[in-house]
Design a protein around this ligand. Structure first.
Ligand SMILES: Nc1ncnc2c1ncn2[C@@H]1O[C@H](COP(=O)(O)OP(=O)(O)OP(=O)(O)O)[C@@H](O)[C@H]1O
Ligand SMILES: [Mg+2]
Length: 256
């Protein structure tokens, strides 16, 4: 069965897109058929895989607004990874969806026929709790939450958990937390350790074993349009995202 996973945290710059790109590529490297949907008008998941689209009706925006097949790209030959890209035109979708009744579930309806073709569909959410994030959470079976170990991380998490509870109640009772993944972890930084302990104390059951370290290769690879597993497969970042893929596949298989 297809697993649709939203990668969400309304806090900006916590590693959502880095996780979306590199986890997608790691899962694909393990033979999974993966679709990555760029749900952010910043289009970082698209450009990070070397895909830049132009035109007002291009990418996810056109797919949400018009009856059409999804404009899928295959950014890397030999990897079973597809991308539904986005550009800045997607910003308009936020208020256009708000203007129409039931605008929260448009993506869920559009995604339904796509499910059968992929093992995983990952949705890279924007840094807000606006309608594009709500649409992603309504379309998803689960949510993966990247959390940067820094001051204020817990406050943001409380708000996100409250939003997830409301979405479960109103639109998507099946939605579950797939896991919290600690990102940009710097083991020489005391605050990182303190926040990690605090998150584990409060939400231990949800925190994944794999921790993504701060790694310069992860910040370099988007400018080459490559996931880190192809840019430098021996880097700590590549190894961490391969481990994250393993952890998710193991727990997927055991039904956790
Ligand atoms: N583990 C890491 N090590 C080093 N740099 C990282 C790591 N993860 C992310 N970065 C860098 O941090 C910045 C923010 O990451 P990213 O774009 O993935 O966050 P985001 O949550 O998607 O941001 P936004 O909220 O704007 O969508 C980027 O420049 C990225 O290259
Ligand atoms: Mg992003």
């Amino acid at each position: 069965m297809t697993s649709i996973m939203a990668i969400a945290n309304q806090k900006g710059g916590v590693g959502k897109t880095t996780t979306a790109i590199n986890l997608s590529a790691a899962l694909a490297a393990k033979g999974q058929r993966v679709l990555l949907v760029d749900c952010d008008a910043q289009g970082n998941a698209s450009s990070g895989l070397g895909v830049r689209i132009t035109g007002a009706d291009a990418g996810l925006y056109g797919f949400l607004r018009h009856p059409m097949d999804p404009p899928l790209h295959r950014p890397i030959q030999n990897l079973p990874l597809w991308l539904l890209p986005a550009n800045s035109s997607l910003a308009a979708a936020e208020w256009e969806l708000a203007a129409q009744g039931g605008g929260e579930t448009v993506l869920a309806q559009k995604m339904e026929p796509l499910g059968r073709e992929f093992d995983f569909i990952l949705l890279d959410c924007p840094p807000s709790l606006g309608l594009l994030t709500v649409n992603s959470l309504c379309a998803a079976h689960s949510v993966l939450i990247p959390l940067q170990c820094e001051y204020f991380a817990m406050e943001g998490l409380t708000l996100l958990l409250e939003t997830l509870r409301k979405i479960k109640m109103r639109w998507n009772p099946e939605l579950r937390i797939r896991g919290i993944v600690l990102t940009m972890f710097d083991r020489r930084n005391n605050l990182c350790h303190q926040v990690a302990v605090e998150v584990r104390n409060h939400l231990g059951g949800h925190v994944l074993k794999t921790v993504i370290p701060r790694n310069v290769r992860l910040s370099e690879c988007p400018s080459h349009g490559l996931p880190v597993t192809l840019y430098d497969r021996h880097s700590a970042g590549a190894k961490a995202y391969m481990s994250l893929a393993d952890e998710l596949l193991e727990t997927e298989a055991s039904g956790d």
